[in-house]
Design a binder for this molecule. Structure first.
Ligand code: CP
Length: 314
């Protein structure tokens, strides 16, 4: 039975804990895993731009002793000639053992998984989900704060189109003592389906506000996000929204001494570079955790030595 990863909820909390344990072990003892994927191939099928996700997947596979193939844009694949995702994945299944797919259309990795004979990992689908970023975020929080529970988490910026935010909320509601402060302009509020289908049914406390300064003193974690230019239909609207929040040294003065600043990256203007040297700024370390959790995920989906035991789909 093949396990695909389309949402962070495809793993139980225990399975995620086990994946994070494995990622921490990989970080500590990389040599132990250096040949674990010898003879295996990862395909990266990226129909949308990426730096971290694609390259961390590729770096992960290479560091496990495997090989990589793939494309970095729809234009450089036969999608440009009109090939469907379903046909592409049937072909890629002949060439690779596992694949990571990013696509601008929500649900494209799900469609691919239905025709695939290899594990498909959703590497970001439209404004929907980005499960491996969420695993990266959870690993960053657990490694740097010691626990994922009992936190006030501020999510700031584009909460409407930011798929990393949607995935992270879905994942965090499963941990005890989490409450959210949702900081956005009214136009970029978190979608109603997240409030109605995720926060309310799980009785997770949340408040919404428009001012970052007001939220800062309460937060244990501040998760900044970029305004997602590529999801706007109207350039003028994007330009009006793009600098809604800029985290700078003055705002950091309002925060707890041990607050963690995370950002899935890339950043544009929303975190001033003067914050980078603050010991609470963890976004580059977070990008590094992205490689370790993807190494753990590849090992596990391929059921190779060291892999986490998983519930199989029925
Ligand atoms: N965090 C993230 O998904 O970055 P990329 O778009 O560069 O992959």
């Amino acid at each position: 039975m093949i396990k695909h990863v389309l949402s962070p909820l495809d793993f139980s909390v225990q399975e995620l804990e086990d994946l994070m344990d494995l990622a921490n072990d990989i970080e500590k003892y990389p040599d132990k895993y250096a040949h674990a994927c010898a003879g295996k191939q990862l395909a990266t099928l990226f129909y949308e731009p990426s730096t971290r996700t694609r390259l961390s997947f590729e770096s992960a596979m290479l560091s496990l002793g495997g090989n990589v193939l793939g494309f970095a844009s729809a234009d450089s694949s036969s999608a440009a000639k009109g090939e469907s995702v379903s046909d592409t994945i049937r072909v890629i299944s002949c060439y690779a053992d596992i694949c990571a797919m990013r696509h601008p259309k929500e649900g494209a990795p799900l469609v691919a998984s239905m025709k695939s004979s290899i594990p498909v990992i959703n590497a970001g689908d439209g404004g929907h989900q980005h499960p491996t970023q969420t695993m990266t975020d959870l690993l960053s929080i657990r490694s740097l704060k010691g626990s994922i529970s009992n936190m006030t988490v501020g999510l700031c910026g584009d909460l409407k189109f930011g798929r990393t935010v949607h995935s992270l909320i879905n994942a965090l509601v499963r941990y005890p003592g989490i409450n959210f402060v949702l900081i956005s302009p009214p136009e970029l509020r978190v979608p109603d389906y997240i409030i109605d289908d995720v926060l309310k049914p799980n009785n997770v406390p949340y408040t919404e506000c428009t001012e970052l300064e007001e939220a800062m003193p309460k937060l244990d974690i501040l998760y900044m996000t970029r305004v997602q230019k590529e999801r706007f239909f109207n350039e003028e609207e994007y330009l009006r929204m793009k600098d809604s929040y800029i985290l700078d040294r003055a705002k950091m003065e309002l925060a707890k001494k041990d607050m963690l600043v995370l950002h899935p990256l890339p950043r544009v203007n929303e975190i001033s570079v003067e914050v980078d040297d603050d010991p609470r700024a963890a976004y580059f370390k977070q990008a590094q955790y992205g490689k370790y959790i993807r190494m753990a995920l590849i090992l596990t989906l391929l059921r190779l030595s060291g892999a986490v035991p998983m519930e199989l789909p029925s």
